[in-house]
Ligand binder design. Sequence first.
Ligand SMILES: *Cc1c(COP(=O)(O)O)cnc(C)c1O
Length: 408
Amino acid sequence: MNSASTHAYDHARTTPRALATEAVHAGRDDLARQGLHAPPIDLSTTYPSYDSRGEAARIDAFAGDGAQPEGPPIYGRLGNPTVARFETALARLEGTESAVAFASGMAALSAVLLVRASMGLRHVVAVRPLYGCSDHLLTAGLLGTEVTWVDPAGVADALRPDTGLVLVESPANPTLAELDLRALAHACGSVPLLADNTFATPVLQRPVEQGARLVLHSATKYLGGHGDVMAGVVACDEEFAGRLRQVRFATGGVLHPLAGYLLLRGLSTLPVRVRAASATAAELVRRLAADPRVTRVHYPRIGGAMIAFEVHGDPHEVIAAVRLITPAVSLGSVDTLIQHPASISHRIVEESDRRDAGVSDRLLRMSVGLEDTEDLWADLDHALGERAAGLPREWTKDEGPALSTGRA
Ligand SMILES: *Cc1c(COP(=O)(O)O)cnc(C)c1O
């Protein structure tokens, strides 16, 4: 299957295609010519070759610029043809030259930090909230980095000669706060802006078009889409991708080929899934915002399938009462998930930092799936419990729950 392998690395394609078309066809363009329909899963860890001089030259080339070695693969940590199909497809969807896949979203973020730290650029500027573990990785300085937390308006002033990265999420996990990526990219100057696009997906937002240099995904979420694969990916220019591949090779956070296959399959339905779930989410937001048991609803202007809301009552009781909705951390699956960020996804963030970032103890985060809207509402309505005694039956405009689009 060496010809299949080399074709999987072939990025050349000229005719522009719509996102929905790319989602189905990118990374598969060579298949029909080979008489294949489903992409092959190449589980090889190593690749026999009688030409060790040639392999030496290709390894030297990789050590130079990290370009995906031409010709047959060499070893699993240097690249895998099935994973490369997913990388090609995701790069097309995000509108970047390249993408580099990792074993998880955190492995992907770690690789970005290591690329910059290895250049002596250990300082990171970041805007809260971030996903809890991203916050923790930076706050704890586990990779030898130092973080300065700022408001979006404070990015430019926080930059130092050793600043290697500006890290943001928009919409952010878990509050769905939105940032002006274009303004941020401008404030970053020559420092790369990394936008974690896990929540929006390229269906709703392509951060490179707004000036971000790096786009990160926890592919565990919407890209996989079915709650059965862990992965991360960074979409970026080929120069940065080369550095990421070198770090991936040296540190080993590779994506398993079977995961690469599942992700490629997940991408083909990404636009359909995101649009359908977003429509349901928008309707649930409308109902939650009108509900006196709910004090605040967060929903981004760009839409999407993530909702955050604060309740009058005990959020733990809501989690305990859902029956159709799955009470679980994570997001982006075909089924609707609900979780309490202060207890789970953002537990590892220190309480005061968490609260300062707008993650209140009453906040619930819901990832809307593909179930019927009425069934979901029936479950939510039940889980929210009795309409609490003492609450006014009719809310005036000022007393009623606030719908926050949360642009920071
Ligand atoms: C889940 C998540 C991550 C981490 O990804 P893993 O695949 O769990 O390692 C990073 N960023 C965001 C926004 C996430 O939701």
